[in-house]
Design a protein around this ligand. Sequence first.
Ligand code: ATP
Ligand code: MG
Length: 400
Amino acid sequence: MMELFKIGETIIKKLNNNGFEAYFVGGCVRDFYMKKPVHDVDIATDAKPDEIKNIFQKTIDVGVEHGTIIVMAENIPFEITTYRAGGTDAGNIRQDPVLFSSRLNEDLERRDFTMNAMAMSKDMTYHDPFSGRDAIEKKVIITVGEPDDRFEEDPLRIIRAIRFMSVMKFSIEPSTEYSMIQNAHTVENVSVERIVSELKKTYSGTGLKQAKQKLVQTHLIKYIPFLKYVNPDDYLQSVAGDFLDELIIQSVKDVSLIKSINDLKISNAEKDFVKNSRSLFKAVTDGESPRKIAYHYHEDVLIKFIKLGRGNELNLNMTALNDALSLQPSLTIRSKKDLEINGRHLIALYNMKSGPWIKECLNIIENEVLFERVNNNHDDIINWVKRHVEIGPESIKVIE
Ligand code: ATP
Ligand code: MG
């Protein structure tokens, strides 16, 4: 991680050489102070996006309108952001005019929590006008400035407080928490995507349990899509490794939740995973045979379910799930496409027009092959069909 700061230092020096100031800012300074691994290093500068682009060879525009440019250095992306000032109220800026420009302070002042509002110069000295280090020592999350103002400006910060609570195992300073409760309803105005992104991070934290308790206790949960419909006791009881696990567990406990999955604007793959899980749960509960379960559900869904079933009281038939998983590698077919017979063969065999009977007939064959009563071999299947399937004008009959 020192490596990242070393490369970052060369970026800062280059900006300095061109007459600009630049500092490490945000999460990387916090994590560095806490001696935690630093994954990305962000830099704030008084250089404008165009000026940044002129100085560095390899840059990528990510949010020029927000003043952010990515500078590639040794194939690592660094986010360089032009100082931003927050609200119009600039009267409260604490500054040290000798060492730091007021604009750096303004940039720090618009950040959410004191631990995230520190800057560090290239020689690794801290600029910490809001006592972020003190908050870190005390393990508290505290807004920069008046919590009501800051949460009104951007209610996502309320969810971010919960996220940091989980990820850092910090507690929330009482006046900050009080304001979170007062402003909880404003979370409804935040885009779902931003909320989900913070929730996913929340689930990666070791303080997840406490964070979930806080979501319930502050009533924040009532303003979060999907989670607002979850029974709070079920929510607190679940053991989920990530946010998707939570969605699966809760949808299994309460079918009516499935329709609210769409409110979350998660990816289609994620939605499908939750929906498949729910339908797998139903199949197992209905006593479907392990072989059919193995055939109809993806290995990933089975494995996920076995894992969730161990940690949660889902009333699952674990034997059926385990049997299904162990049967899976030896299945004769994985889908209808694997059958050595198709609709055209059947049309030729019966000399009949195409119609719904084909699908019905293929379903029957599929089942026979799946249960290994017929070999998946063209001739064997044709012979079996000739002897056992009777196709009438209205219906198909299987004769034993
Ligand atoms: P992580 O290690 O998870 O990336 P981070 O602190 O870097 O944590 P980011 O979401 O990447 O968090 O944001 C980077 C920095 O931008 C934060 O440290 C904070 O200073 C500032 N920031 C981000 N979102 C907000 C916000 N909604 N309001 C105010 N400041 C914010
Ligand atoms: Mg970050």
